[in-house]
Design a protein around this ligand. Structure first.
Ligand code: COA
Length: 318
């Protein structure tokens, strides 16, 4: 058995089988279109690889994708060194082949390969929908995950924001956001954030529903970026840099309004330790254990802090 990078034909063949896991409510043809469009996105072209675990006869036993993401590790001099981290997505074994250790071997082989090829290896992360045990076997450590939910509302009250953001504002917006002051963090590129908006565009078209009027908002020095998860009727906050509780309330109030206008049910923000205390005072914000998407991290080098000290904004999800 060996690890190989998938050819374009193998990627397309994989779409036909992974539809069973991630296709709903799209038809197979719509899902294939979704995958082709996502793979054609600039971030995917630059950062994505599709890996196959293949048997001696060439049959595909398991597959996954990796996306390279910039990460930053603080050195003893207090300065951050930029490095290469990877987010793993779409780990898949066909039903008839499950329970034989193929996914585990694939995960082990991919991490070893990334350790070998990464110019400045930092870490591999993933967002597990099947709990922690499977990935713990391959050296991943989970990060307890909580979400904050707020109902969509036409009139949530509170301060108005200074303005909404459009997709052409993303690069400038990321530039004004404060980075987490922690020893290690991953930080998305503008292209990576746009990949989330590309998902929004694809689902809006395929499910024939309106897109939110904005992809974020600013108030004072504070900023939020968000995207629609049409399948779940949610507006998810990709990044939140709120300088105080009043700004957090204003930004999330705007998100609730935008969600309501787009016909969505609620706003979801992935809790990050630094910002969570600001949410506690936001009226109507409810904290809940996350269902799925459990962040997990495997270092690719010594010297990284423990996984629970690493922030995981929703923008890092793949
Ligand atoms: C999850 C998946 C990739 C595992 O593939 P696999 O080749 O059978 O994995 P392995 O044989 O290496 O490991 C199997 C282990 O995964 C566990 N597992 C599989 N699916 C699981 C699930 N939905 N919830 C919890 N654990 C699960 C099995 O219980 C098994 O544990 P055991 O060995 O202690 O019995 C496969 O079940 C799959 O493709 N599922 C659908 C897509 C999916 O959910 N992918 C994961 C996204 S994070």
């Amino acid at each position: 058995m060996s690890l190989v990078l998938a050819s374009d034909a193998q990627k397309a063949a994989r779409d036909a089988v992974t539809h069973a896991a991630w296709g709903s409510p799209l038809s197979v043809a719509q899902y294939q279109e979704r995958e082709a469009r996502l793979r054609a996105h600039p971030w995917s072209r630059e950062a994505m690889s599709t890996w196959l675990w293949v048997g001696g006869d060439g049959a595909v036993l398991a597959s996954c994708e990796t996306f390279r993401t910039d990460s930053f590790l603080r050195g003893e001099d207090g300065r951050y060194a930029q490095g290469d981290s990877y987010a793993i997505a779409s780990v898949f074994t066909e039903t008839a082949l499950r329970g034989r250790g193929y996914a585990t071997r694939l995960m082990d082989a991919v991490a070893l390969e990334l350790e070998r090829v990464a110019p400045r290896p930092h870490a591999v992360v993933l967002f597990s929908d099947v709990g922690a045990p499977l990935y713990r076997r391959s050296g991943y450590v989970e990060v307890p995950a909580w979400d904050w939910h707020l109902d969509a509302s036409p009139e949530p009250g509170g301060r108005a924001v200074d303005g909404g953001l459009q997709e052409t504002d993303v690069a400038r917006t990321l530039g004004r956001m404060r980075r987490p002051g922690v020893p290690f963090h991953l930080w998305p590129s503008a292209s990576q954030v746009d990949w989330h908006l590309e998902r929004e565009r694809i689902y809006a078209e395929l499910l024939e529903r309106p897109r939110p009027q904005t992809c974020g908002a600013v108030v004072g020095a504070s900023t939020a970026l968000w995207t629609m998860m049409a399948r779940y009727g949610e507006l998810v906050v990709l990044m939140l840099d709120a300088r105080d509780a009043s700004d957090a309330q204003a930004l999330l109030g705007e998100a609730r309004r935008v969600a309501h206008r787009a016909g969505l049910k609620r706003v979801v923000w992935w809790e990050e330790a630094a910002t969570a205390p600001l949410l506690a005072g936001v009226p109507g914000a409810v904290r809940a254990p996350r269902d799925g998407s459990l962040p997990m991290l495997r270092p690719l080098r010594p010297g990284l802090p423990p996984a629970p000290e690493v922030p995981f904004p929703r923008a890092l999800w793949v």
